[in-house]
Design a protein around this ligand. Sequence first.
Ligand code: FRU
Length: 440
Amino acid sequence: QDSLYSERNRPQFHFTTRRGWINDPNGLIYHDGQYHLFYQHNPYEREWQNMHWGHAISDDLIHWEELPDALYPDELGTMFSGSAVIDYDNTAGFNTDGVPAMIAAYTADSPEKQVQCIAYSLDNGRTFIKYKGNPVIDSKHSWNSKDTRDPKVFWYKPGNHWVMVLNERDGHSIYTSANLKDWKYESHVTGFWECPELFELPIDGNPENTKWVMYGASGTYMLGSFDGKVFTPEAGKYPYTAGSIYAAQTFTNMPDGRRVQIGWGRISHAGMPFNGMMLLPTELTLRTTKEGPRLFNVPVKETEQLFSSVRQWENLTSDQANELLDEFDRADGLRIKTAFKLSHATSAGFNLFGQRIIDYDLNFNTVNGTFYSPADRTSMEISADIYIDRTSIEVFIDGGAFSYSMERKPHADNQEGFHFWGNNIEVKNLEVFSAQSIWK
Ligand code: FRU
């Protein structure tokens, strides 16, 4: 394993494939003690093409073992994004000898159309058998576009039926089914694009007080209610994350009820035998803010095992902080936690190699150009938890109220290193952690 993952630009604590191109995570599911990460994979080239479903498994969401691809192109098309469920009640009739089938719902893409299909596995996702009656939803073409894809399926307990959220036309459609084979169109929500998600979350951890979250591929979400057939939005669309992240999906059947997400990092790996990466798994929660419930996003607690605190300081000027950080600016992997206070400045931030990791603008209430409604802006303090890998940077602002991901571009000739900027800012807290590789 070591030699396979030892290339110069191999991310050290993010999942990447050994060879080829990856994009969206697919079929995220926990089953029988293992997390499954399927994903859009071109096993032959570093470019997007020939979509297969790649497959990796993990015991802890952090260390992944790549297995052979799980879904291969067929006469209906190449294998586009989708999801996975376990059919405990044998609604589709694929279960054998009491083994509940893992059922993947995916899109087959051909030059003519995109159709929805299912395949089942009786050996924990190692091999899939495609349903003979595919497609289960044929493209209707009642609108002038072939874009109808990315089925996200889940069991809706109160109604005893399956729900599929599907990207089509200008948003997400909702379909229902009793058996995963026959689907009925129910409703549509406009304003989203690709890779739909729909799930319920407690507010501030209270199971008696929940809202449904709908999101698409780009990092914006809507809160609302859901009756099994119709999602009714209660407010506008908000960003919870931005930057390189795209097409995130959440795990089905998490054993502890957490809502855990993995997003694709649209980050290119020049000169490497692989391309693209998965970002850190994060936990999504709803928390009350001054402006009502908002979606928060922070790395899962399992991530902690990778980082050891090496230095910590309090109450520094930005010049002092910049000097102290000098010794770390060439590190392969690093985590930096900080809180800094703006007193005479209306904007401030943090750079690495001249790249703006944080650009907080008080006047416009933006972080890195995206409008961000802070959880509690009673003080002029902003906090950040920053994960720096060889090719990527992820920043979690104010306890996850907003997050941002980007490509790391180390330039040998840029001596700027780490750099706080902004007039008279106070660095209240600064902690540096070393990072461990997941490949060893
Ligand atoms: C999103 C997406 C999906 C599609 C897949 C194809 O990145 O365009 O809508 O299913 O990628 O690889």
